[in-house]
Write a protein that binds this ligand. Sequence first.
Ligand SMILES: *[C@@H]1O[C@H](CO)[C@@H](O)[C@H](O)[C@H]1NC(C)=O
Ligand SMILES: *[C@@H]1O[C@H](CO)[C@@H](O)[C@H](O)[C@H]1NC(C)=O
Ligand SMILES: *[C@@H]1O[C@H](CO)[C@@H](O)[C@H](O)[C@H]1NC(C)=O
Ligand SMILES: *[C@@H]1O[C@H](CO)[C@@H](O)[C@H](O)[C@H]1NC(C)=O
Ligand SMILES: *[C@@H]1O[C@H](CO)[C@@H](O)[C@H](O)[C@H]1NC(C)=O
Length: 568
Amino acid sequence: MLFSAALPAVFLLFSANPLFVAADDIDDDIKNVQNNRYTSTLTLGGKTISVILDTGSTDLWLNPYDGVGSFESTGVSHEIHYGEGATFINGTIGLAEISIAGHTIPRQAFINATQVVGLEACSSGICGLVGLGFDSPTAGIEKALTDGGLDGPTIGKSVLSSIFDMNPDKGRFFAFSLSRLGDVKDTADASLSIAEYDPKYSAVQWLAKRPVYPPTAKSWRILADGVTVDGYPVPWTANAASTPSANHIVLLDTGTTNILVRPEVRDAIYSRVPGAFLAKNSSLRTSHWGADHDAWIVPCSTPVNFGAIFGGQPYPLHPLDLTDMRTQVGPDGVNYTYCVGSITNGGTITTGSTDALYGDSFLRNVYTVFSFGDNTTSPYVQFLSQTNEWESTQDFAHVRQQQLATGAKELNPTDLIRLFDGVSPPGSSGSGSSSSDSTPSSGGSSSNTGGSSSSSGSTTGGSSSSSGSSSSSDCPSGSGSSKVLAGNLADSAAASSDSNSSKYWPIIIGLLAANLLVVLVLAFLGVVSFVRQRRSVGPTRVHYVPTKTKDDSLMRSSFAEDRPYADN
Ligand SMILES: *[C@@H]1O[C@H](CO)[C@@H](O)[C@H](O)[C@H]1NC(C)=O
Ligand SMILES: *[C@@H]1O[C@H](CO)[C@@H](O)[C@H](O)[C@H]1NC(C)=O
Ligand SMILES: *[C@@H]1O[C@H](CO)[C@@H](O)[C@H](O)[C@H]1NC(C)=O
Ligand SMILES: *[C@@H]1O[C@H](CO)[C@@H](O)[C@H](O)[C@H]1NC(C)=O
Ligand SMILES: *[C@@H]1O[C@H](CO)[C@@H](O)[C@H](O)[C@H]1NC(C)=O
């Protein structure tokens, strides 16, 4: 399922000059396109075509600029609708010899797309899609061929089924990890193997098997126990269709860039992040997914300590996967940097029997085995965690510090929302917001990060993050009192506007002086720990990718609930 957001025209304004950043994986079989897309190459008639890898759908379609050349046409036409339906491809089903991932399939069914609507098609260099989902006699190419009077189950097999059937002595599974662009240490590697494990991650085969749910589902949906922020469970109403032992049904979809949930879950997650505010129906760009008109704005240097729970086991996510950095021109004509939550409202996709789509933002953090099972085993998934909470938080601090140092100015979330939308975000009045009001580089926003940590977070939050958070973790009482004072200051500011009498002024000035002193102390500590940090981690180790600008024309949420598979 390839989810394409039908983006409002305004999105196009920001992608006038698309940057095409692709990183090779070690094995050179997967390319990462700006963390938005993961592609592989396929050859057909001597032509090499870049295709999206999509666990959320099954069919193969191709649409290269210069056509696929000659092939055996079945004459059967077929459309695939993605997302909420407005995005689709349409064409004729053909049969041709193709090669992919080291396998050559003599007569593979595919759709020669003649219409590509709502997708970027070939403009980004990606000219097709290979589905890694389940064959079904009641859906997709297989059904279309059967309906057309042909032998659907024999000639309409998916690419994976074709490969498995050609290798009957091997397992019917594939395994996959996704790389991350822009992190310091290339903490995530990309790897795709069919019917074998990457030797580096072969330990995955001994880990828990998480069966596809419901067992008859023809999609990579499994049960999940919810999520945590800072180690605390996030309230999330259980799905009636789930089991007593697990609460939610989650679709694992490489074709979705981020994570899609219901809006109340999104809000429950980011409202736990210090200094984060919700911009409702905002002109600030949401992350990847055009159907969400709200945006959670998170201070860019604040790591979100997020875990996804499966079978009682937490899988930490890299903080870089929880917020996306963006630059946008404000109403005042000035460019601003801000960070927006990558977990967004899935709309109708997440209101039915599927509670969430865990796309690339989650899948970058695990090596995943997708097994179709065999005669005795039902389909299942296995995860090998790839993210170390402590390392990733350090990594996050380095990357964001560098990005903020070179990018446009970051405003604190409340000021940013006020500037772009002309309203104050909910919950921002009075004392709440002012404690977080300062740009990360000044050290103030640190009081958010440092204070929030719990359990392992307290180690992570601390010393490595940019100037601010180190200071607060070094000196927790200092940051605490800074918050209190900031609160008092806001109160007194309110008092001063309420009253034209001057009786509050001595108090206000006293508080201002005290506040200034705390700020100076914090700034000093920040500088000290910044210097220390620079010394302990040589800048040479950092190979930060400055061109992080997301190209919106490259589609952010490539998942789409492929109609035929919805709610099986
Ligand atoms: C898809 O193509 C077929 C055959 O050309 C055509 O009949 C059908 O109307 C097309 N669908 C859409 C949505 O354009
Ligand atoms: C395949 O699709 C291309 C458009 O992408 C079209 O020009 C060509 O005629 C199609 N070939 C066949 C045999 O349908
Ligand atoms: C969202 O904002 C647009 C203008 O940006 C406005 O036309 C629309 O009515 C708003 N929608 C809601 C639900 O507030
Ligand atoms: C804003 O940033 C974009 C890209 O970074 C740049 O092309 C544009 O000129 C900048 N605009 C202003 C007003 O600085
Ligand atoms: C498993 O199923 C296949 C057909 O799908 C059959 O050919 C094979 O003999 C079965 N193996 C066992 C051990 O039952």
